[in-house]
Design a binder for this molecule. Sequence first.
Ligand SMILES: C[S@@+](CC[C@H](N)C(=O)[O-])C[C@H]1O[C@@H](n2cnc3c(N)ncnc32)[C@H](O)[C@@H]1O
Length: 476
Amino acid sequence: MWYLCVFYHRLLDYRRPEVESLAELFSGPGSGESVEWRMPENHHADSPFHLVRLPGDERLAAQVANRSLLVKGIYELWGHGTTYEELEKSVREYPDERKLPFLTPDSTFKIVVDSFGKVISSQEQNEIMQSLTYIPFKGRVNLKKPDHRFFVMETDDYGSNNGLPPVAKRTIFFGREVGAADRHLLPTYQLKSRKYIGPTAMDAEMAFLMANQGLARPGKLVYDPFVGTGSILVAAAHFGAMTMGADIDIRVVRDGRGPDCNVWSNFEQYKLPEPLGLLRADNNLPPWRPGLKEMFDAIICDPPYGVRAGGRKSGGRKIIKGVKGPYTVPDEKRDNHIPSTAPYSLAECVHDLLHLAARMLVMGGRLVFFYPVLRGEDGADSRVASPQFPEHPCFKLIASCEQILSYRYSRVLLTMVKVAPYTEEIERVAEERHREFRENHQKWMEEGNLHSAVFEPAQDAKPDRELKPKYRGKYV
Ligand SMILES: C[S@@+](CC[C@H](N)C(=O)[O-])C[C@H]1O[C@@H](n2cnc3c(N)ncnc32)[C@H](O)[C@@H]1O
């Protein structure tokens, strides 16, 4: 059956992929692909109101809504119209056998009047509820814990560019709630109350969305090769997954900011099972023994792309250039030696990440990571509209969700599924490429330097305020 899926009006690109991932999580392989979508008549794709058909019964719809961050609610739609008269006609036409089981005398219910893009006073809300006399409610009202919750949702009639999606006609929906998001976890996990955070710590909402894209759940092992303060793994652990992380910076994985303020204490703070391990490991020189593969169910990460924090790789400039040979750390310095590192280009970092994932993910496992995209000169989405996302023969891209970060650049959350096994041929090609990156270190550092592209002054720069469209869309 088609349900009305109402989203929170934020992170617009992330909404449908989250529902599809959760359908896959609860209903098994292939289910995400069979989710179908439609827009209600006269609604723009950015509207919070979507119609969805899920590959399962009402239980699946409830599971998806309850686990989601961006679904406000999923509803069995009893009727809709552009006026209250049309709504009444539509609800009356909805089959009795679907309505009556939820209106019985022994049940309790609550009606909520909600709106989008307009405010409805409490007096108007009462009037709306009282106008529903054509629905034969027989049960008792229970505002705290009703058996059934019914929603009247009204959108405004707006053509103007006023911060809301254009081209939506006033619509009134009436539906029975099947499931709703539990956003209570956001205040619990918000970064401002977390013990150990850093400048690039992933905010809680995004970390949960990433964990949903990675299908984190009990029995699965999630790895973050750029673990930092562990924010992404905290979200995966909340959903019951086992976790493991790595970072090139030994001070991050070993010390944090002291014995009670480190990655481990972040897990302790929320009473989550600790990571199985935190490694000091360079994504450019992974520590896995030969032959080890297919260990992780998901790799979820925010790689260091050099806008806020540049990536580093082992070796130091002189060692990479061959001016200096590799050194042995003297025994007396072993305890607190920090190996020298050199800058790590975006292209090499992504290449290494895809190679790591191809080798270490199980078949069907997911790679979820942020990828930066420069926006067109005029701030338009030109390069995002047809971007060249990284590719790999082992992976199929199933979702790309843009979040605009500034006038100059966006980050896109890519979700890839491992669809082909890691072979000796893939390993050989990756090793060749690894050598090529090493031998042409300087060239790769100059090409695709995201930091300078983002921060260099624009030609004929205009103040942001003049250029930003009033309708913010993906800015939220
Ligand atoms: C964008 S931050 C990730 C932040 C993390 N998601 C969090 O919530 O705190 C990138 C991390 O990658 C680490 N890093 C940089 N180069 C690396 C490399 N070659 N291998 C592994 N980690 C690296 C940095 O030390 C930094 O902690």
